[in-house]
Design a protein around this ligand. Structure first.
Ligand SMILES: O=C(O)CCC(=O)C(=O)O
Ligand SMILES: [Fe+2]
Length: 355
């Protein structure tokens, strides 16, 4: 009986929260001093320890001739910063700051102006996160750039910056994919030819200030499902990456904000396509205790070709009797079906395709 009453209370809380269409920011604006029940995690910061001082995520300097730096980082860490890319891609020095400022401005509009874009994402465990997520753009995978009607769904106050960000993130992903292909010893264009730049999803995340940061999380530990993620974050911090050393010791490493840098991470699909050479690693966002909300934006790259005869799995060029496939091949429809059914829990997705 008690649990059905609790379930009813919870349903009422969820309904009230959704109907407000004001999101977590609306709660903060209304002056909540405690994290409401639906956002509370049983033990958000249990599990493995924080990294010892001096351990940090590798940096790949795109202005230097170090062709294997990205591949080494993708193998050992699954995460790396890219720096000094502005000249390489002929982009303004204020990137990604200009995008992040525009995304912040959107999130800080009065609630009634944001409401049209309100959308709440919960994972299959039903837990709510202390964040706002706007899917700022999602367009048919067959189209190389957003069609005009998709552009109009992007909030007007950040539309220009979002479109610039899409173009920059795609150029960076193209260059990084080429480096990662070279690291696999295959043609630099192999991932692009497999349509991995085409199926893009962009999100802007806004993590409001939290009155009880120890009770909830921005994002629980997860791996990204796609091929590659290109992420921009502002100066607040909160993203942590799980790193396991060669001795098998694991800890959370802060992805400290580096001005102007972008973060790249390997997703589950790339781990499988590379037959485990590159690793998709868990990451999470802890609540900040700053006085200002945190803003980040990720572009998730996925294969765009999704026909019945388009199969993914270890790249055939990599497979030999010394390197037999560790995963079976699958169509994107099966992959996505499994993705939407799974828990956000670590590595659950990839296990389904192991041979
Ligand atoms: O906000 C961040 O820094 C990371 C977000 C993230 O991991 C995701 O959206 O998958
Ligand atoms: Fe992620």
């Amino acid at each position: 009986m008690a649990s059905s009453v609790a379930a009813t209370d919870r349903a009422a809380l969820v309904k009230a929260f959704d109907e407000s269409r004001a999101g977590v920011r609306g709660l903060v604006e209304s002056g909540v001093s405690a994290v409401p029940e639906i956002f509370r995690h049983p033990d958000p910061y249990a599990s493995i320890p924080l990294a010892p001082p001096g351990v940090s995520i590798p940096v790949v300097d795109l202005s230097l001739p170090s062709p294997l730096a990205a591949a080494d980082a993708a193998r050992d860490w699954g995460f790396f910063y890219v720096v000094n890319y502005h000249d390489h891609f002929d982009c303004d020095d204020d990137y990604p700051g200009r995008l992040l400022a525009a995304a912040r401005a959107f999130n800080e509009l009065p609630a009634h102006e944001r409401a049209a874009h309100y959308g709440r994402t919960t994972s299959t465990d039903g837990m709510f996160r202390w964040r706002e997520t706007i899917d700022v753009a999602f367009w048919p995978s067959s189209s190389p750039s957003p069609p005009e009607d998709a552009k109009l769904t992007i909030p007007a106050c950040c539309r220009a910056e979002v479109l610039e960000w899409d173009a920059l993130a795609t150029a960076v992903a193209r260059a990084v994919m080429a480096l990662l292909c070279e690291g696999l010893g295959i043609g630099a264009g192999a991932l692009e030819e497999a349509s991995c730049l085409e199926g893009r999803v962009m999100v802007c995340q806004y993590y409001p200030v939290c009155p009880e940061p120890e009770r909830t999380m921005g994002i629980v530990p997860h791996t990204d499902p796609g091929v590659l993620t290109v992420l921009a974050q502002d100066g607040i911090g909160g993203l942590q990456v799980k790193h396991t050393t060669v001795d098998g010791e694991s800890y959370w490493v802060d992805a400290k904000p580096v001005p102007g840098a972008l973060l790249i991470n390997v997703g589950d699909l790339l781990q499988m396509m590379s037959n485990d050479k590159y690793k998709s690693v868990e990451h999470r966002v802890v609540m900040n205790s700053h006085e200002e909300a945190r803003v980040s934006s990720g572009v998730f790259f996925n294969p765009g070709k999704r026909g019945v005869s388009d199969f993914y799995g270890p790249l055939p060029e990599l497979i030999s009797s010394e390197n037999p496939p560790k995963y079976r091949s699958f169509a994107m429809s099966e992959f996505l079906g499994t993705f939407f059914k799974r828990d956000l829990a670590s590595k659950a997705l990839i296990e389904n395709f192991k041979i």
